[in-house]
Every structure is written in structure tokens, then in C-alpha cells.
Design a protein around this ligand. Structure first.
Ligand code: URP
Ligand code: ZN
Ligand code: ZN
Ligand code: ZN
Length: 479
């Protein structure tokens, strides 16, 4: 199958150009001046399909480097399977995800890794890779880290929160970091002070403060800043590269910026929810259906921050200055009925997570519309840097000859109403949308995954199992 995408504005992280893109089989074969012929060969007459992209952007497929499909968490499972979650991703112009293999304390890491392959294999709409979560860092975990690198799992997430579930103490963290500094892998950190949060949670509950709003209040920015600083110091001690996940506090960004100014290999992502949503408006919301439990729809960790403290402004600023390098979703959806509602009367029992895998490209494109970031920066934050950060750049994250034919045609004049109500789009397996009512300037028109057209004008044309596992190399982003 040969496809020629003509006349679009090709957007890479490095800039924009009007060009034709030839996809041959599963690979981009050429990026050409519009209407050009290849050694006198009439391209348009010799391909299977010509797609007119005039007036539209032609971008490398989105890479969501932080998802949790069917994750076991809080006594239930994230409601998107690899099948439903990756199909929703495809609709939103995301053609690669990196999901987290979960190890709870006591579980065998390599068994879990194989289990995640069983969950994903034959089910995905788009390509996928894995990070590994390390919960109890035993000596066997360190050996497993080395083995997983050979399997293409080159990044390991540790938690400074969720005691008794995921939390590693500082000694365990240092042990894993020492190994990472030797084997070249990347340590990802959930940076919140778990002991402090556990205490505040108990104190709020004891005062009868049980609504979702107190989830946010019990996880203050100081707990995020402190843990971010500690993680940076432990990484500094060991020489390990460090990537802070789901940053929401401006004070955490300042810690990250200072470490980067010192030349340390410290990186970070933020997520759409921290750019647009707030503690007061979401976690404190009420509705006819759910009363003061409405805010459970937005319970995630790190939590949404107060709109009065300037966090969102600082997130956009950090995205411009490259103190924040990546935007992923932390897609971890739970339905209100039967899942989130386990926390009625006790916010600490609400499964943590928001579903956004379908909307990330659209939501971050609004940053371009609002003048917060440039068009190439949109592509860099959502595709190119995730590819480089996690060792898949060249194949992914760029429109250039030799890259996989993961290409999205994005119409800046299109419109997307996101949510689940009448006339709205939503393919995630959730009974609500955290983004209900968002009106998007722009629209994902056509999505190619390794050369196959899998989405065309809102219609899904792919099949489950189209997506393949990619082995990742070591990070290509380190200084
Ligand atoms: O609330 C969240 N973030 N749920 C997913 C688990 C995690 O910590 O990333
Ligand atoms: Zn986390
Ligand atoms: Zn500041
Ligand atoms: Zn997560």
C-alpha cells in the first residue's frame, strides 16, 4: 500500500514546511516539495491513494508516554482495556502509548511483565511499549531491571506515596537509582510525600471532611515540592537520570528547573488536567446526580491545584522554557457507577485517575490556539520528546524518511465537542467525561498507524491487534 498525502503543512518539532508525504508500506518513504516528481516518476499516478491535506497539518502520531489500561488499583481495574483504550487513543491522534506494568509488593516483576504482554497482545489499535513499576525494591528487582532493558523496558517508576501499596522508602529508591545509573535506564518518580498525605487524610476524615474536595486538600503542593526535591537529591547522589511524572505544583516545577540549571539529568511531564482544571471548580463541584460527590470525577494524584495560586500559568511557562518536556495523560479511567462511587462518604476510597487518552492532542492544540505554545512545540511536547525521552525516536516522533508511517492529518478549522452527551465524541470506556463541555478548535481528521489508515473522519477503520509491541532503547534525551 502506497499513500501520498499532498499539500499539507508538515509540522515537526524543528519547524513547519508545506510538503507531500509518501508512505510506502508501513514506513514514510519520502517528504517532498509539493507536487514534485521522483526522478521524473509521477508519484500521484503510482500510489494506491492520494489524500489531500491542503489547509491542514500533517504531524507525527501522538505518543502518550503515561497510560494505565486495565490497571488493578483501589480494589478495581481501570475501565479501559488495551482494546478500548488504544482505540480511543487512535481517534484522538495518538498512535503510540507507553503503559505501566504493575508490580505490587511481593509480586514477581518478570511474571507481571509477561502478564502485561498477555493483556495487550492482539488487542491494541496502536503500537505500545511498557514501563515497569517497582514497588518493593529487592535484590531480585535489580536483576529484573537489567533483564527488562533487553526486553525494551528501559524506564522504571517508583512511588514516594501510597504506603503499603506502591511506596518505596528512600533506601529502596537509592538502590534502584544506583542500578539505573549503572545500566543507563531512566527512573520515573511519583513525587508526593506519602507519610504526610496519609496523616492529613486521616485528620480530614476524623473531622468528617469526607468529600472529594478533601482529596486535593490532603495532598498539598508542599508534599509534592518536598518529594520532588528529595527525589532530585537522591538522583543527584546516585547519578541516575530522573523523570518526574504528573507534575501539578508550580513549586515542583521550580525544583525541577533548578536541578536542570545545575546540569542534572532531571526531566518532567505534566498532563492536560493540570493545565485546565482546578481544585475548586472540579473537586469541589456538586451536581443533581451526585451531589457533593460530583468532584470524584476528577480525583487523581497528584491532585488538581487551586486556581488562586498560579499553578496553571507556571505549567504553560515551564512548557515554553523546557523545564517541562513532555505532556502525557496519566490515563487511568474509572466509571462513577461501581468504581468511583466506592468513595462516597470517604474520599480516600475513590480510585485515583482521570481518562484523557483520546483528548490529549486536541487539548494541547488549544495551547497553540491560545498562544501559549507554538505549533512545532505542540508536536515536540506530545510526540517528538516522548519518543526521544523513551528511546523510540527515529521510528516514532518525526515525519521523515525511514520513520514509521504514524501520521495524523489535523484540521485547524475543524471543531470537536468533547464529552459523552448528545452530539459529543468519546470512545473511552467511561460513564462520564472529565472534559465534558470542552469545545475544541481543531479536529483529528485522518490517522495512519504504520501506513494503515485506522481513523478517517471519526470512523474507526482499524482492527484490534493492529498495534504491535515496540522494544525501546535507552533514553535519547540525556545530557
Ligand atoms: O491518579 C492517578 N495518577 N492514578 C494513576 C496512578 C499514578 O500514580 O500514576
Ligand atoms: Zn503516579
Ligand atoms: Zn515561580
Ligand atoms: Zn500514572
Amino acid at each position: 500500500m502506497k499513500t501520498l498525502i499532498t499539500g499539507g503543512t508538515v509540522v515537526n518539532a524543528t519547524g513547519t514546511a508545506t510538503a507531500d508525504v509518501l508512505i510506502d508500506g508501513d514506513t514514510i518513504a519520502a517528504v517532498l516539495a509539493p507536487g514534485s516528481s521522483l526522478l521524473g516518476f509521477d508519484l500521484a499516478a503510482n500510489v494506491d491513494e492520494v489524500v489531500d491535506a491542503a489547509g491542514k497539518y500533517v504531524i507525527p502520531g501522538g505518543i502518550d508516554a503515561h497510560t494505565h489500561m486495565e490497571m488493578p488499583f483501589g480494589g478495581t481495574f481501570a475501565s479501559d482495556t488495551f482494546e478500548t483504550g488504544t482505540r480511543a487513543a487512535a481517534h484522538g491522534g495518538t498512535t503510540s502509548i507507553i503503559d505501566f506494568v504493575v508490580q505490587y509488593a511481593g509480586e514477581n516483576i518478570l511474571d507481571q511483565y509477561h502478564l502485561w504482554h498477555e493483556k495487550a497482545a492482539g488487542n491494541c489499535a496502536v503500537d505500545y511499549g511498557f514501563h515497569q513499576i517497582l514497588s518493593d525494591v529487592q535484590d531480585s528487582s535489580l536483576v529484573a531491571m537489567d533483564e527488562l532493558i533487553n526486553e525494551g523496558v528501559t524506564s522504571f517508576k517508583l512511588f514516594m506515596a501510597y504506603k503499603g501499596v506502591f511506596l518505596s522508602d528512600d533506601g529502596q529508591i537509592v538502590k534502584a537509582m544506583q542500578r539505573a545509573s549503572e545500566n543507563g535506564s531512566l527512573i520515573m518518580m511519583h513525587a508526593e510525600n506519602g507519610s504526610v498525605i496519609d496523616l492529613l487524610v486521616q485528620q480530614h476524615l476524623a473531622r468528617g471532611e469526607t468529600t472529594p474536595f478533601y482529596h486535593g486538600v490532603s495532598r498539598p503542593w508542599q508534599a509534592e515540592e518536598e518529594a520532588t526535591h528529595r527525589a532530585i537529591m537522591l538522583a543527584n547522589l546516585t547519578g541516575a537520570p530522573l523523570y518526574i511524572v504528573h507534575v501539578s505544583a508550580k513549586q515542583a516545577v521550580e525544583q525541577i528547573a533548578a536541578a536542570r540549571d545545575n546540569g542534572q539529568n532531571v526531566f518532567a511531564e505534566t498532563c492536560p488536567q493540570y493545565l485546565y482544571l482546578s481544585l475548586e471548580d472540579q473537586l469541589g463541584a456538586t451536581s443533581a446526580e451526585w451531589g457533593d460527590f460530583e468532584g470524584a470525577k476528577w480525583v487523581c494524584s497528584t491532585p488538581l491545584r487551586s486556581k488562586h495560586e498560579g499553578h496553571q500559568h507556571h505549567m504553560w511557562q515551564g512548557l515554553r522554557t523546557n523545564d517541562l518536556q513532555v505532556i502525557s495523560t496519566d490515563h487511568c479511567p474509572f466509571c462513577m457507577k461501581g468504581q468511583k462511587d466506592m468513595g462516597i462518604g470517604n474520599f480516600s476510597k475513590i480510585p485515583n485517575g482521570i481518562g484523557s487518552v483520546e483528548h490529549r492532542m486536541d487539548l494541547i492544540y488549544q495551547g497553540v490556539v491560545m498562544g501559549e505554545i507554538s505549533l512545532p512545540r505542540w508536536v515536540e511536547l506530545t510526540s517528538t520528546t516522548p519518543a526521544r525521552m523513551f528511546g523510540i525516536y527515529g521510528k516514532k516522533g518525526v515525519i521523515q524518511p525511514g520513520a514509521d508511517g504514524d501520521v495524523v492529518i489535523y484540521d485547524p478549522n475543524g471543531h470537536t465537542s468533547i464529552g459523552i452527551g448528545e452530539g459529543r465524541t468519546h470512545h473511552m470506556n467511561m460513564d462520564y467525561s472529565a472534559w465534558e463541555g470542552f469545545e475544541i478548535d481543531g479536529h483529528v481528521d485522518t490517522v495512519f498507524s504504520r501506513g494503515r489508515k485506522i481513523v478517517d473522519s471519526n470512523e474507526y477503520l482499524g482492527r484490534k491487534g493492529d498495534g504491535a509491541y515496540f522494544k525501546r532503547g535507552l533514553s535519547q534525551y540525556l545530557i
